[in-house]
Design a protein around this ligand. Structure first.
Ligand SMILES: [Zn+2]
Ligand SMILES: [Zn+2]
Length: 69
């Protein structure tokens, strides 16, 4: 969990809105949101909310279409 927080600080600007890629909700001010680079293309930023991580919902990379849990 602490690793995810560090990644979030690196990847997200303070004025940037975050939308979960799985459920589409705005999660900018929610806790336990993770942000990471797509493991396939390394370009796109993937945002996942706490609920989607709990339910292991799929995400799809907006840049390359990679689908993963
Ligand atoms: Zn979500
Ligand atoms: Zn990708």
């Amino acid at each position: 969990m602490s690793t995810a927080r560090m990644m979030k600080i690196e990847l997200v600007r303070a004025d940037e809105e975050l939308y979960c890629v799985s459920c589409g909700r705005r999660v900018t001010y929610e806790k336990n949101v993770v942000v990471f680079k797509c493991p396939n293309c390394g370009e796109a930023k993937i945002v996942r909310c706490n609920k989607c991580r709990e339910h292991v919902n799929d995400y799809v990379c907006p840049a390359c279409g990679f689908r993963g849990p």
